[in-house]
Design a protein around this ligand. Structure first.
Ligand code: SF4
Ligand code: MG
Length: 324
C-alpha cells in the first residue's frame, strides 16, 4: 500500500489520580483526535508547543503506552492494537523510536556493540556466525568506527551517542521510525550531521519517519509533510510546502509567523499568541484553540470543528473553512 501508516481519530487519555485513597479524579486528554496518513519512505514532521501531545502521539502510534483510548492505528493495513503480545513483539523491530536524550536511553554498563546488538540477538535477526560482521556494518553505516564497539557510552560525544541510538534502531531493519526531538539536545553543527545521516539512511533503506520537533526550520528541511498539534488535536496537516507557504489554521499562522525570513524584502506579519496554553486536563470546550484565537465566534466556543480537506492533501480543523 501507498500508506505505511494510517491514523484515524486516535485518542490517548491518562487518568489523574488524587485524594487520600488515590482515586481517578480526572483525565489528561494528551492525544484527542489525531488523523493522518503517512506515505512509505516519507517524513512527516510533527510540530507544536511543548505539552501539546507530540511525544504521546508518537509513543501511542508505536503502542508503547499501554492501551489507546480510541481510534485506529493501521500499520501496513493492520490495526496494531488488535495484535496479541507475541505478535506485537514480533512486529516491534519494524517500528522503532529514537529519543532526544541519547545518554539516558543508553545503558551505561554495556559496550556499544552490545547495545546495538542486544535486540538483534533477542529477535534472532542474523545467524550467530554473522553477528559481529553485521554490527560492524551497521556501525559503519551510522558513521561510527566498528573498532570502538567495546567502548562504553560515556566515552562518546553527544552526537556520537545519537549515532549509537540510530544504529540500535537501524540494526533491527525497521520500516518506520519515530524520531522524537532527535537533535534538540545537540549543538547546531552536529544537528546538521545527524539530520543528514537520517536522510541518507532513509534513502538507502526506504525508511519512513515521524519527526517530532519544535524547531520549524529543521522540520521544513527534513519533512515531506507536516502536522501541527494543539492540545492533543492535529489542527492542520499537509505537504510541507503548502503548510509553510499557506498556513490556514489560526494557530499555525501564529506559530509560523515567528520564523525569521531569510529574504529581507519579504514581510510577514508577526502574529502574537494571546493568553497562555490551557491545561490538557481541563481544555476549553468547542474548539480548544478558541481562548487564544482572534477569529473566535460563539460557535467556536460550543462546537468542535472537524477535519476538512481544503486543497488536495491539505487538511485543517477550523470553522473558518467550513464553507470552503
Ligand atoms: Fe479560531 Fe474558531 Fe477556527 Fe478555532 S474554530 S481556530 S476558535 S476560528
Ligand atoms: Mg516531547
Amino acid at each position: 500500500p501507498q500508506y505505511i501508516l494510517m491514523v484515524n481519530h486516535l485518542r490517548k487519555y491518562f487518568p489523574i489520580k488524587g485524594g487520600l485513597v488515590s482515586r481517578t479524579v480526572g483525565q489528561v486528554k494528551a492525544v484527542d483526535g489525531v488523523t493522518f496518513n503517512l506515505r512509505r519512505g516519507s517524513t512527516m514532521g510533527l510540530v507544536g508547543e511543548s505539552g501539546c501531545g507530540k511525544s504521546t502521539t508518537g509513543r501511542t502510534i508505536l503502542r508503547l503506552n499501554g492501551e489507546k483510548t480510541g481510534g485506529q492505528v493501521l500499520f501496513n493495513g493492520q490495526e496494531i492494537y488488535d495484535l496479541d503480545a507475541k505478535a506485537m513483539h514480533a512486529l516491534r523491530p519494524k517500528m522503532q523510536i529514537i529519543f532526544q536524550d541519547p545518554f539516558s536511553s543508553l545503558s551505561p554498563r554495556l559496550p556499544v556493540g552490545e547495545i546495538i546488538g542486544e535486540a538483534v540477538r533477542e529477535h534472532k535477526l542474523v545467524p550467530k556466525a554473522e553477528f559481529n560482521d553485521y554490527i560492524d556494518q551497521i556501525m559503519d553505516k551510522c558513521g561510527l568506527q566498528p573498532f570502538h564497539k567495546d567502548r562504553y557510552p560515556h566515552e562518546f560525544s553527544g552526537g556520537q551517542r545519537q549515532r549509537i541510538c540510530i544504529a540500535r534502531a537501524l540494526a533491527l531493519n525497521p520500516e518506520f521510525v519515530v524520531c522524537d526531538e532527535p537533535v534538540s539536545a545537540l549543538d547546531v553543527s552536529i544537528q546538521a550531521q545527524i539530520i543528514n545521516l537520517l536522510k541518507d539512511l532513509q534513502e538507502q533503506f526506504n525508511l519512513t519517519y515521524l519527526f517530532i520537533s519544535h524547531d520549524l526550520s529543521v522540520v521544513e528541511h527534513i519533512s515531506d509533510t507536516v502536522g501541527v498539534m494543539y492540545l492533543g488535536n492535529l489542527v492542520e496537516y499537509g505537504e510541507t510546502e503548502d503548510i509553510f507557504r499557506n498556513p490556514l489554521h489560526p494557530y499555525t499562522k501564529a506559530l509560523f509567523s515567528a520564523i525569521p525570513i531569510p529574504d529581507p524584502t519579504v514581510k510577514r506579519e508577526r502574529i502574537a499568541l494571546e493568553g497562555t496554553l490551557p491545561s490538557p486536563a481541563n481544555p476549553p470546550k468547542g474548539c480548544k484553540f478558541h481562548t487564544r484565537c482572534k477569529y473566535c465566534t460563539q460557535r467556536c466556543k460550543e462546537e468542535a470543528p472537524v477535519q476538512r480537506e481544503i486543497e488536495p492533501g491539505h487538511y485543517v480543523v477550523c470553522h473558518l473553512y467550513d464553507n470552503k
